[in-house]
Design a protein around this ligand. Structure first.
Ligand code: SF4
Ligand code: SF4
Length: 394
C-alpha cells in the first residue's frame, strides 16, 4: 500500500475559474522548513512507500527555489521510501528551469483544461487556455509527463462530444472531474452536475471511449472497469481513503485530504509536532471520517457495488450533510442535500448508473461470447472495443 502525502504550498492561485472553490487569494506560502518537518515526521510514521503530490491553490507559486530544495529532501531521505512525485497545476508559471527540474525528478504533472478554447475560457476565464497550453508545451519540450483533467459542469455537459473529440484529436489523455458543491461556499453550486447528469455523462463518455482505447486514455474508466473486475476500488473515490491519504497545508497543519485544507475544523495535527497515526486518530476530523465509514457500512450494505464504491468520497458526503449546507443555494443544492448529520456521497446515483452500465455490458459480452461458441455468429459490434478489453487493460 502506498501512502499518499499531498503538499499544499499555498491556496493562492493566479487564475479565477468560475466554479473553483479551492483557492484563497490571501493565502500564505509554505516555508521550506515545513518540508524538512514533513521529512522528519515521516520517520517512524509508517513503513509504506510515500507518493507526494504538490497541489494548491496553485503550487507553482512556491517557485523554483522551493522545489529545488524540497524535491531532494523528499527523494533522498533516510526517514521514508519515496514512491514518486506528482503536481497538479494550471502551468501558467512553468518556465524552462522549473520544467527541467521536474523532468530530473520525474514529477508527473496533471493540468486542467476543460476542452476546446471557447468552452474552457467560458468556464475558467479569458486567456486561461493559451496560458496553460504555453506551459504544457514547455513541459513536453523538456520531457515532463503531462496529462489533463477536464472538469464537466452543468454548462459543458451539453458539449460532451466536442470536448471528447478535442482530447481525442490531440491525443491528450485525461481524467474527468464533475463540478460539485464545496464546504467553502456556494460559488460552485450553479456549475455543479446533478447526480443524474453526472451518471449520464459517464455512460456517454464510456461509449465514446470504447471506440478509442488504442488512441487515448481516460483514467476514470480504466479504474471503474478494473474495480468492477477485481471488486476492489482503485481510485480514492471508490476506496477507503481515510488515513492512506493525508494533506499538509502551508503552515504544516495535517488534513484528511487536500479538499479540507484551510478548514480549521478538519485539522488533525501539525507536522511540527511529529504526530503518530494514533494521535491523528484522536482528532475531530478523524471522528467525522469514521462516522462516514460507519454510515456507509450500515447504509450501503445491500448495494451490489459496495465493495468497490465504499460510499464514494467522504468529502462529498460531509458537504451534503445537513449541518454543512445551511449556507448553500437552496434551489440548486437540493440535489446534494441530506437531512441527517452524515451521508454517503450524494453522487451515489451517478456511481450506480456507471457501475450498472459496466456490469450489464460485461454480462452481455459474456453471454454473446458463449453463444458464438455454438453459432459462430460474428454479429457486428457497436463499439470497437469491449468492456472486457477495458477490464483487462494493463
Ligand atoms: S476525501 Fe474524497 S477526494 Fe479526498 S482522498 Fe478521499 S475520496 Fe479522494
Ligand atoms: S453506489 Fe451508492 S449505495 Fe452503492 S456503495 Fe456507492 S454510495 Fe453506497
Amino acid at each position: 500500500m502506498t501512502f499518499h502525502v499531498m503538499i499544499i504550498p499555498t491556496l493562492n492561485c493566479p487564475s479565477n475559474c468560475k466554479y473553483c472553490w479551492g483557492s484563497e487569494k490571501k493565502s500564505e506560502m509554505m516555508d521550506i522548513q515545513v518540508i524538512k518537518e514533513i521529512d522528519k515526521w515521516l520517520g517512524g510514521f509508517r513503513d509504506d512507500y510515500v507518493h507526494f503530490t504538490f497541489h494548491g491553490g496553485e503550487p507553482l507559486i512556491a517557485g523554483y527555489d522551493f522545489y529545488k530544495e524540497a524535491l531532494p529532501i523528499l527523494k533522498n531521505s533516510e526517514t521514508h521510501k519515496e514512491a514518486g512525485f506528482s503536481l497538479q497545476s494550471n502551468l501558467w508559471l512553468l518556465d524552462e528551469k522549473l520544467a527541467k527540474l521536474f523532468s530530473d525528478y520525474n514529477v508527473a504533472i496533471s493540468t486542467s483544461i476543460d476542452g476546446p478554447k471557447e468552452i474552457n475560457d467560458y468556464q475558467r476565464g479569458e486567456g486561461y487556455f493559451d496560458k496553460t497550453m504555453k506551459g504544457y508545451n514547455i513541459a513536453i519540450e523538456n520531457g515532463v509527463n503531462v496529462s489533463f483533467i477536464s472538469t464537466f459542469t452543468s454548462y459543458s455537459k451539453d458539449f460532451r462530444d466536442e470536448i471528447y473529440n478535442f482530447f481525442l484529436k490531440n491525443g491528450y489523455n485525461f481524467k474527468l472531474h464533475a463540478a460539485l458543491p464545496s464546504l467553502r461556499g456556494n460559488n460552485a453550486d450553479n456549475w455543479a452536475l446533478t447526480p443524474k447528469e453526472h451518471g449520464e455523462l459517464l455512460i456517454g463518455l464510456l461509449n465514446n471511449y470504447l471506440n478509442d482505447l488504442d488512441k487515448i486514455e481516460i483514467k476514470d474508466f480504466d479504474h471503474i472497469c478494473k474495480s468492477s473486475f477485481i471488486r476492489r476500488g482503485t481510485l480514492c473515490t471508490f476506496a477507503d481513503c481515510m488515513g492512506d491519504t493525508l494533506a499538509i497545508g502551508w503552515d504544516g497543519n495535517i488534513y484528511p485530504c487536500y479538499r479540507f485544507v484551510g478548514m480549521k475544523d478538519y485539522i488533525m495535527g501539525n507536522v511540527y509536532n511529529h504526530p503518530s497515526m494514533d494521535e491523528l486518530m484522536k482528532s475531530n476530523a478523524w471522528n467525522k471520517l469514521m462516522e462516514f465509514k460507519n454510515y456507509v457500512d450500515d447504509n450501503c450494505n445491500d448495494c451490489d457495488y459496495v465493495k468497490f464504491c465504499r460510499g464514494g468520497c467522504p468529502y462529498n458526503g460531509i458537504v451534503s450533510s445537513a449541518e454543512n449546507n445551511s449556507n448553500s443555494n437552496d434551489n440548486v443544492n437540493s440535489n446534494f442535500k441530506n437531512e441527517s448529520s452524515i451521508s454517503i456521497d450524494p453522487q451515489c446515483l451517478a456511481y450506480k448508473m456507471i457501475f450498472k452500465e459496466v456490469s450489464n455490458r460485461a454480462n452481455k459480452e459474456f453471454l454473446k461470447s458463449n453463444m458464438n461458441l455454438f453459432t459462430n455468429n460474428n454479429e457486428n459490434k457497436t463499439n470497437k472495443f469491449s468492456i472486457m478489453d477495458l477490464m483487462l487493460k494493463k
